[in-house]
Design a protein around this ligand. Structure first.
Ligand code: HEC
Ligand code: HEC
Length: 248
């Protein structure tokens, strides 16, 4: 071996010790750090499982934080801090709640560990159902109670009364952050209301609008007991706000 070779070998050894060489590289390897899913109609939760391995032969990896980018995404893994011995593998199961979302939805889960920061990317393609839903409802406002629509608009109401029924039957439209502009805020109606007012709207809705009729006599899903409990709840919790209110 001549001096030139020796010098090169020393340079390689120094580089190896100082990193970032192969050994200094992050030891956490991910099977698929970017995952995509095409949602089916009616699907409400999408689960992605991320597989990780500590590929270092020497060091433990300590996972200190796992942070989803929004409240609609949750992550399941062993309790933190989570220590992965050399060679050990594990998984992080993430779930995205896609109710009320559509189009291309992009979520990020940030994983912080002794090996650095990794970003897990979750992409969900949700069919643009809304325009179609609106068209169907404009043609027939009772369409929400039938077929595939019923999985969200009826099934959650079955057997419910009072506040739970309000949330399932009415809140789905009236309390949604993404609701269409023609859906009013029931807590801010500037008109006299009362038990009869609520009872009437629940039973009959409004012909020529997207507000359906919930009474069974009108082709709706709610029985008499449910309508009564709903009118009681609404009269008690959405007091008449109008200055013009004549309600004693
Ligand atoms: C996966 C659950 C789900 C299904 C299935 C569903 N909806 Fe909805 N719908 C919602 C949610 C959530 C809202 C509240 C607005 C939002 O968040 O997009 C809503 C709102 C509406 C509205 C109020 C207007 C608006 O967009 O705000 C109408 C009308 C409607 N849906 C009709 C329908 C019809 C008709 C069908 C079936 C063809 C249907 N929906 C199927 C969840 C669903
Ligand atoms: C499919 C979506 C949808 C659902 C479900 C729904 N609503 Fe509505 N609601 C509407 C729309 C749209 C309007 C506006 C109607 C119009 O054009 O005047 C409306 C209007 C109303 C109004 C009239 C408010 C005013 O301006 O005086 C009341 C009251 C009401 N809804 C109560 C309810 C109650 C109670 C429930 C549950 C039993 C419910 N809604 C469920 C869409 C919905």
């Amino acid at each position: 071996m001549n001096m030139r070779h020796l010098r090169i070998m020393i340079l390689i050894a120094v580089g190896w010790l100082l990193g970032p060489g192969p050994v200094g590289a992050a030891p956490l390897t991910w099977q698929a750090i970017y995952q995509k899913h095409d949602a089916n109609p009616g699907e409400t939760n999408v689960v992605f499982t991320f597989h990780l391995t500590n590929s270092s032969a020497l060091e433990d990896v300590l996972i200190t934080a796992v942070r989803p980018s929004c409240g609609c995404t949750t992550a399941k893994m062993p309790p933190l801090p989570w220590r992965l011995a050399p060679g050990a593998a594990g998984e992080i199961e993430t779930t995205v709640d896609i109710r009320g979302k559509r189009g291309l939805v992009n979520k990020v889960v940030t994983v912080e560990s002794s090996a650095g920061t990794n970003l897990l990317t979750l992409v969900i393609n949700i069919p643009e159902g809304r325009a179609r839903n609106m068209d169907l409802a404009l043609a027939d406002r009772q369409a929400v109670f039938r077929g595939e629509c019923a999985t969200c608009h009826v099934q959650p109401t079955v057997g419910q009364t009072g506040v739970a029924l309000y949330q399932a039957a009415c809140g789905i439209c009236h309390e949604s952050d993404h609701r269409a502009t023609m859906v009013p805020n029931l807590a801010a109606l500037n008109k006299p209301t009362g038990r009869d007012y609520w009872d009437g709207w629940v039973r009959k809705g409004k012909v020529g609008s997207l507000m359906p009729a919930f009474a069974q006599s009108e082709g709706g899903p709610l029985d008499e007991n449910q309508i009564k409990s709903l009118a009681d709840y609404l009269a008690g919790h959405f007091p008449s706000t109008a200055s013009a209110s004549a309600t004693p």
